[in-house]
Design a protein around this ligand. Structure first.
Ligand code: ADP
Ligand code: MG
Length: 483
């Protein structure tokens, strides 16, 4: 379902490769012991190493390496037990060292792949080129003073994983699915919180266009896009811009562009720098990074069930469709909640209540599942009450609304409000007789062939019983008495 652009000269294919920077979930920085906590006051989390004081030496944080390996395993990728930290040299006011320690020729993680789920229910595999570890830079603050800029070095030296994809992504929808799936995997692994608003995950989006079947076109790279929505809008804008230029007889200059969310357009930032412009060389302060395969195997043992495995298991063992399974696995807590509800119950019914009722009402109230007033046991209890015919599905919705409001147990609400379904045939029969006696005209018409009226009688009986009559019994009795 590649997204094509209809130009004046025919159809164009959009080709995308992404470089995602993900901040590693870890307490201290990649080469120093300073804290990585978000939101601290400026320059309160800066060690002498992070400020590049003369003579300070970097010391590698083992936990960051472990997190990178974990992530690599989660991306089904090759883990390189030998990798090298190199200096990437450039000047910027928020980079006191004058270089960033990164990895270049020998990254810690090599090729891998992930599955993405598309809105039409299909699945596509996107190749991962590599993952490498690098330091983040500080932050320039231009909005604190009318004529001065400030620098905050709290972020300086924080560990980033740069995850590079193959140019396998075709269009905005696939790009959104890729980012969402990547974020989900990182969150499941606990290696990055995936919070795009706080900048813990940012994407550089490389876009080019070509006629289907042609060689790759020249790409532009849109830097630091910080939401899934923005990535989609930037791709739509940029791909059209490129098609228009080429169709007007021009050509695409390889360059770095910025997404302007206010104007809804990308604009040129600088011409593309090449790797050799950075004068990469192995950092003489750091030995090559080497570890044993047995350590990788140990980490592998601790991986949780990942989103795709979980999705496949939900489809297989609970008989769910792709859509339901994808919604339920979107967050680990959600999947766990569903499994507690589904435990020994009708799984499709459980999925239905979680997705359509619970997630719906949480969403409407701006709440997260973590703040749900209804626990998984309580929702399970409600389903039990339906299953054993204590209440009808219709009454269950009212009980559910009550549970959401009060946090009470479903059985208590049913008891308190006297909502128990009436299955006692005698009691229902009395109501059926009443309804038949009160509506002679309708009875007449029904008997002379107007079958549709059956629903009217059911409705009347249910109304008189305040929704509590067992629908199956009502149906049986009405059929008997009306025939
Ligand atoms: P750099 O690090 O200089 O940006 P890379 O070769 O590492 O260059 O590529 C970066 C990203 O650009 C990768 O995600 C890759 O898939 C993507 N890419 C490469 N060529 C193209 C292209 N013609 N169109 C779209 N994306 C591309
Ligand atoms: Mg790049």
């Amino acid at each position: 379902m590649a997204q094509l652009i209809q130009g004046n000269t025919g159809e164009w294919e959009i080709v995308i490769g992404m470089e995602v920077h993900a901040q590693v979930t870890v307490q201290s920085k990649l080469f120093s012991g300073a804290s990585t906590e978000f939101g601290a006051s400026p320059n309160s989390q800066v060690s002498l190493v992070d400020a590049a004081m003369p003579g300070m030496l970097p010391v590698l944080n083992e936990k960051c390496v472990e997190q990178a390996v974990r992530t690599g395993l989660g991306l089904n990728a090759k883990i390189n037990t030998y990798s090298v930290f190199e200096r990437k040299n450039y000047f910027y006011p928020d980079l006191p060292q004058g270089y960033q320690i990164s990895q270049f020729l020998h990254p810690i993680v090599g090729t891998g792949e992930i599955e993405i789920d598309l809105p039409d229910g299909s699945v596509k595999t996107i190749g991962i080129t590599r993952l490498h570890l690098e330091q983040d830079a500080g932050k320039s603050l231009h909005d604190q003073h009318p004529s001065k800029s400030f620098v905050d070095l709290n972020r300086s030296g924080c560990a980033l994983m740069e995850i590079v994809s193959e140019p396998d992504i075709r269009g905005a929808e696939e790009a959104a699915a890729y980012l969402s799936k990547l974020r989900m995997i990182l969150q499941y692994l606990g290696t990055c919180n995936g919070n795009m608003e706080e900048g813990s995950m940012r994407a550089d989006v490389n876009v080019s266009v070509r006629k289907p079947g042609d060689e790759l076109g020249t790409r532009c790279e849109i830097k630091n896009v910080n939401s899934v929505k923005a990535v989609q809008m930037a791709i739509d804008y940029e791909s059209r811009r490129q098609v228009e230029i080429i169709e007007d007889g021009g050509s695409i200059k390889q360059e770095t562009r910025l997404w302007d969310p206010n104007k809804g357009e990308t604009r040129s930032m600088r011409s593309k720098e090449e790797a050799h412009d950075y004068r990469y060389f192995p950092d003489p302060d750091l030995l090559p990074l080497e570890f044993e395969q047995s350590w990788v195997d140990e980490i592998k043992q601790t991986l949780p069930e990942l989103p795709d495995e979980k999705k496949h298991r939900f489809m297989q063992s609970y008989g769910l469709g792709t859509y339901d399974a994808s919604v339920l696995i979107a967050a680990r807590a959600r999947a766990d909640y569903f499994e507690s509800v589904a435990n020994d119950r009708d799984a499709k019914m459980a999925a239905n209540w979680v997705i359509n009722e619970l997630l719906g009402v949480l969403n409407k109230n701006g709440k997260e599942l973590e703040d749900s007033p209804i626990s998984a046991e309580q929702l399970g209890g409600l389903i039990d009450l339906i299953a054993d015919d204590t209440i009808s599905g219709k009454i269950a919705k009212d009980v559910f609304a009550d549970m959401f409001e009060t946090g009470k147990d479903p059985a208590a609400i049913v008891e308190e409000k006297g909502l128990k379904q009436v299955t006692d045939t005698g009691a229902i029969e009395a109501i059926v007789d009443e309804v038949i006696a009160e509506n002679p005209d309708n009875v007449e018409q029904y008997r002379s062939g107007k079958d549709k009226l059956f629903g009217f009688f059911v409705g009347q009986v249910m109304k008189k019983s305040q929704g509590k009559a067992n629908p199956a019994v009502v149906n049986d009795l009405l059929k008997k008495k009306l025939s």
